[in-house]
Every structure is written in structure tokens, then in C-alpha cells.
Design a protein around this ligand. Structure first.
Ligand code: GLA
Length: 387
């Protein structure tokens, strides 16, 4: 559904003309489970969006609706629930709550949400609804809000309101992604560089259509294991504040002094950070073969050291090997299901999509969703209700 259709739907539901804000999903090219370790990531926004249509209200009510999900939600801005209510509207509500907590004066609004990013597909549907909602709510008083601050605010809502201890990557690239570019982000300083992705290549995203139940708990546990790693290594190297500060040499020095699981997690993060830097060099030089090789290494490390892959993701990665025009690929996002990302020559992308779908469906018995993507722009207002 495009903006014009959503605007019509809005008029049917609430009356009047809305302003529409849209925020994209993302894929991560390389740098997985490094963001919450103050490390490096390299995602791109993709052309799948969540849109929030909004019009101001004269009273202090926040009305949240979607034609895709059930529920007519109405909240009083002077008495917002301070905890998630356990429904989809939490992703919008959390933003309102965090905006208030940070001293922002909210105004009443009608909001209608429409999402086209598959939920549980590892493509950041949650970041997209958060960012689009934040743009909508912030727009009401016309105050300028830097994009990086919006990203932080959305991350905070997810951490404190939703209860998922995610890093900054998804929200950041949903705000600041740029068409045709990968975004190399230093998750400590939030400095970033936009690196052009060569025209002749597409990002083919293959959704396994599975999301394993334990995903959220396992994600939070990985974070704890990383924190444990920091505590252990800081005994020998007090300057270490996050795994980002640990060098490959320091890690190797203590291979036999650290519990095996913690060591494996730390090794993944340290080497993955290096792969992101190497990947940036490859991409700047247009060396897609080199970049593809790093993606393969990243997948093996996520599978064997960080242990966040699963059979379906491994098969999807395996099935890409040998297909024409394939440079390399890996699981993308948090893992335990979701999607893989594959770098494929533009001219071969359609055939690649067909063949990998067929192979996966034959082996797993599930039809995957495959998207041939180019990097897209970050969030913005699309239709202005005044106009
Ligand atoms: C999820 C989180 C991100 C990041 C990735 C793993 O997508 O939202 O912050 O940690 O997992 O790289």
C-alpha cells in the first residue's frame, strides 16, 4: 500500500487529511552482534517500509489503529501506561512514553499504521515502526530533532519499554540510510561513512520464514555473555570498557584462561569488528569478491562461535553457493531464523532468486520470500497533510 492509499484509508478511519511518515527496514551487510559491543556495523536501508499516517487532535488523546492488526487503542497523554501492555501498539506507545520521559511535550494525535516489512524476518520491522512513529509524534510541535537522536530515542524505547536489549544499528540506519549506499557505523561514537554500493550488484534478501521461539531470550543472553567477557578481560586489561576495546592479540593471550563459551563469543565479536573494517576497504575499492569472502567468514563465525544461526539459515546460505553471479552471503540480523543477505550481480539476481527459492523449498518444505533490493533512503515525511 502506498502513501496515497494509506491517506485514503486514514480519511475513512479518522476523517481529515493525514501527514504520512515512512521508515525503512534494513539488511546488515556485515558486522553482526557487534553494535551492543560498541563495535562496527555496515547495514543498508531497503525499500520495504512502515508508514504512519497522523493528524493532530485538539484534545490530549493518542489514538492508535491499523487495518492490519486488531485493536482500537486510545490513551490519555497525561496518564500513559509506563509499561508495555503486550500488544502491537506498544511500539508506538513506547515512543510516546520515552519522548515524555525526555521532557518532550506531546500533543494529541490520530495515528494509523501500515507495515510492509515481514515481522520476524530479521529486517527490522520494529525499528521501522518506532522511527516512523517518532517522526510523526515529534512533528507535532515542529521542533528540530537530529536523526541520530531520534535513533537513540527509539533504541531506548525498545530497551526500556519493549524489553529487548538491542543495539543502535537498526534504528540508526532506518533514520540515516542513503539510497545506493552502505552505512559504516561506529556504534560508540556514532560517526558514520556512506560507502557507495556498485551499480552492478543487488542485495538479495532470502527470508527463511522461520523464527525460533527462544530468539529474544537468547539474544539477551548473548549480551550478558559479552558483558561477562568484558569483566573477565578487564581484570588483565583495565582499559577495556567493551569488547570493541579487546584486540585479537589480547584475546589470544588468554585463550585458555576464559570459559570456552565466553571465549567463543568474544572471539566472534573481535574478529567480526575486523571484518567490518576489511569489508569497508573492499567496498571502497569495488572488490566484491573480497567482500563476499568476508560475508562467508562472518556466517561461519555466527554459526560456530556466536551460535545464533539455525538449520534453515545455514541451508539458505549453502544453497547460494555455486549460483551464477553470487559474490557471497550470510545470515543477517539477530539470527535464530529470519533472513540471509546475498550479494549478487544485478544481471543474475532474478535467476538467483528463482533458484534459491526452489532449492530451499525442496529441502525445507517452506516457500521462502525473496526480495531483490537496492539500498534505500532513510525515514522521511511523504505526504504533508496541509497540502
Ligand atoms: C538485532 C538488533 C541489532 C543488532 C542485531 C545483531 O537486529 O536489533 O541491534 O544487535 O540484532 O547484529
Amino acid at each position: 500500500m502506498d502513501s496515497t492509499e494509506l491517506a485514503q484509508q486514514f480519511t475513512g478511519v479518522f476523517g481529515g487529511q493525514p501527514t504520512i511518515f515512512r521508515a525503512p527496514g534494513r539488511v546488515n551487510l556485515i558486522g553482526e552482534h557487534t553494535d551492543y559491543n560498541d563495535g562496527f556495523v555496515m547495514p543498508s536501508a531497503i525499500g520495504l517500509y512502515t508508514r504512519v499516517a497522523m493528524s493532530p487532535r485538539a484534545d490530549r488523546q493518542l489514538l492508535i489503529r491499523s487495518e492490519q492488526f486488531p485493536g482500537h487503542f486510545a490513551f490519555d497523554l497525561d496518564d500513559l501506561p509506563q509499561r508495555a501492555i503486550g500488544d502491537w501498539c506498544d511500539y508506538v506507545l513506547g515512543i510516546a512514553v520515552v519522548l515524555q520521559q525526555t521532557g518532550h511535550l506531546l500533543k494529541g494525535a490520530n495515528l494509523l499504521v501500515h507495515g510492509e516489512i515481514p515481522i520476524g524476518g530479521g529486517l527490522s520491522s520494529s525499528a521501522a515502526i518506532e522511527v516512523a512513529s517518532a517522526l510523526a509524534l515529534i512533528s507535532l510541535d515542529g521542533e528540530a530533532f537530529p536523526s541520530a537522536e531520534i535513533a537513540r530515542l527509539c533504541q531506548r524505547s525498545e530497551n526500556t519499554f519493549i524489553g529487548a536489549r538491542v543495539g543502535i544499528m537498526d534504528q540508526f540506519v532506518s533514520c540515516l540510510g542513503k539510497a545506493g549506499h552502505a552505512l559504516l557505523l561506529d556504534c560508540r561514537s556514532l560517526e558514520f561513512e556512506l560507502i557507495p554500493i556498485p551499480d552492478g550488484v543487488r542485495m538479495v534478501v532470502c527470508n527463511t520464514m522461520v523464527k525460533h521461539q527462544h530468539a529474544n531470550g537468547s539474544y539477551n543472553r548473548r549480551r550478558e555473555e559479552c558483558e561477562e567477557g568484558v569483566r573477565i578481560f578487564a581484570k588483565w586489561y583495565p582499559e577495556i570498557r567493551a569488547l570493541r576495546d579487546l584486540s585479537i592479540h589480547q584475546l589470544a593471550q588468554h585463550a585458555s584462561d576464559v570459559p570456552e563459551t565466553i571465549y567463543k563469543r568474544c572471539r566472534h565479536v573481535v574478529e567480526e569488528n575486523q571484518r567490518v573494517r576489511d569489508g569497508a576497504r573492499c567496498l571502497r575499492a569495488g572488490n566484491l569478491d573480497g567482500f563476499g569472502e568476508l560475508m562467508r567468514e562472518s556466517h561461519r563465525s555466527l554459526r560456530d562461535l556466536y551460535e545464533v544461526s539455525c538449520r534453515e539459515l545455514d541451508l539458505m546460505v549453502e544453497f547460494a553457493e555455486g549460483l551464477p553471479g553470487y559474490y557471497g552471503g550470510r545470515m543477517t540480523g539477530g539470527g535464530f531464523g529470519g533472513s540471509t543477505i546475498n550479494l549478487v550481480q544485478t544481471t543474475d539476481a532474478e535467476a538467483f532468486a528463482d533458484q534459491i527459492s526452489r532449492r530451499y523449498q525442496q529441502a525445507v518444505g517452506i516457500k521462502p520470500a525473496v526480495y531483490i533490493c537496492s539500498a534505500a533512503d532513510g525515514a522521511r515525511a511523504e505526504i504533508n497533510g496541509a497540502g
